[in-house]
Design a binder for this molecule. Structure first.
Ligand code: FAD
Length: 366
């Protein structure tokens, strides 16, 4: 065997685990079927602006070790995620906080806001929410639900809120302070110079072969290493023998706007009305406080996934969960292959969670 480990996939799971294994003297070889490293956190420079090609990525964690780990490769800026919602031309701050309540009802104190929410919850009369709509109204009342939740969620999932399970929004971030910071985590930011730079540094000294699909040369790839770390789709690994796992996908319409210095004044603006076909507009330069003379924006359209599309969000309903567990049983019987990351575990992971899992896996393997 030429290598100790073959790593299939150069996303954050693959990059984290291979960088630790390499540091401990293991010989690693990485392949990726895409033409670039980084998986979904890949950023590409367009007119000096780091564009988040597979959707906006904001790093946040309360795990000091994970934060120190990523900062050991590249410095992170102080970016704070404070999205804005646009409902028929009127703007609201997110997550739901005193600024939102002031914009919605003109209230200026937490007591006034809490009273309106309590009244609307009571008026809803929902005791046992049976779907997402009932769940949301019972948590936050009808005004916020109809203005900021309903249409956005329906566009995101391509289904009526009354047909979506209540568990999707078991909790809603609600704050009775004037605080627009979306995340509650202790650490937050974006790598200065983009995520690609972060992953490049993680992979320093590791041989990486791009445009190489594991399944296109299976025998060869299986023959070159003792162990394989596989971060691709789990159902693909087993040749879809039990059927396909389902995803939601996102279509990005990216435009370079020449001579426009500042298009929307914020990196993330959600469109919460039903008529606007996209869910949000991302203005990439604001992730790094860019001062370039032009700007790049991406409109995000949430779509039903079909084979060949990018698999973005797992659809964790009963059918898919059962299917995943059948694949997981097969995966556990493989002694040469280790499955990790969002596609191999069919789980929505944030970046810090994927890194945490990969660090734990590396420890276990060593
Ligand atoms: P991936 O990044 O998908 O990497 C897997 C890699 O494996 C890919 O490069 C793929 O090409 C390769 N591969 C697959 N199959 C094969 C094969 N057969 N042969 C060779 N290579 C293969 N997280 C946050 O913390 N904050 C955010 O703001 C945030 N925003 C997000 C926005 C969107 C739209 C999405 C979809 C996710 C977001 N995330 C965010 C989550 C984040 O993207 C993931 O946690 C992270 O990228 C997962 O890394 P991974 O290595 O598991 O998977």
């Amino acid at each position: 065997m030429k290598f100790d480990f073959l790593i299939v996939g150069s996303g954050l799971f693959g990059a984290t685990i291979s960088c630790i294994l390499k540091a401990k003297g293991k010989k690693c070889f990485m392949i990726d079927k895409r033409s670039h490293i980084g998986g979904n956190v890949y950023t590409e420079s367009i007119n000096g602006i780091n564009v988040h090609k597979y959707g906006a990525h904001i790093f946040h964690t309360s795990n000091r070790l994970v934060w120190e780990f990523v900062n050991s490769f590249v410095e992170f800026n102080r970016y704070t995620n404070s999205p804005v919602a646009n409902f028929k031309g009127k703007l609201y701050n997110l997550p739901f906080n005193m600024n939102t309540f002031y914009q919605m009802w003109g209230v200026t104190t937490p007591k006034q806001a809490a009273e309106i929410i309590a009244l609307q919850k009571k008026e809803s009369g929902v005791a046992n929410p049976k779907n997402l709509e009932e769940q949301a109204i019972s948590l936050i009342g009808k005004d916020i639900y109809y203005t900021l939740i309903k249409n956005y969620t329906e566009k995101q999932w391509g289904r009526k809120a009354t047909e979506l399970p209540a568990f999707i929004i078991k909790r809603l971030p609600v704050r009775f302070t004037f605080d627009n910071n979306y995340f509650n985590d202790r650490y937050q930011g974006v790598p200065i110079g983009g995520y690609t730079k972060l992953v490049e540094r993680m992979l320093d000294g590791i041989e990486v072969r791009l445009n190489s699909d594991y399944f296109e040369d299976l025998d060869y790839y299986n023959s070159i290493s003792d162990k394989i770390i596989y971060t691709g789709e789990i159902d693909r690994f087993f040749n879809y023998c039990f059927g396909h796992l389902e995803y939601r996908t996102v279509h990005f319409e990216t435009q370079l706007l020449y001579g426009v210095e500042n298009y929307q004044g914020n990196s993330v603006v959600n469109y919460t009305d039903a008529e606007t076909p996209y869910t949000r507009i991302i203005e990439h330069k604001h992730f790094e406080f860019g001062k370039q003379p032009d700007t790049v924006i991406s409109k995000e359209y949430s779509k039903e996934w079909k084979l060949g599309d990018e698999p973005y969000y797992p659809v964790n309903n009963d059918k898919n969960s059962k299917l995943y567990f059948r694949y997981k049983e097969l995966a556990e019987k493989q002694d040469k292959v280790i499955f990790g990351g969002r596609l191999a575990e069919y789980k929505y992971y944030d970046m810090h969670q994927v890194i945490e899992k990969a660090l734990m896996m590396a420890d276990f393997l060593l």
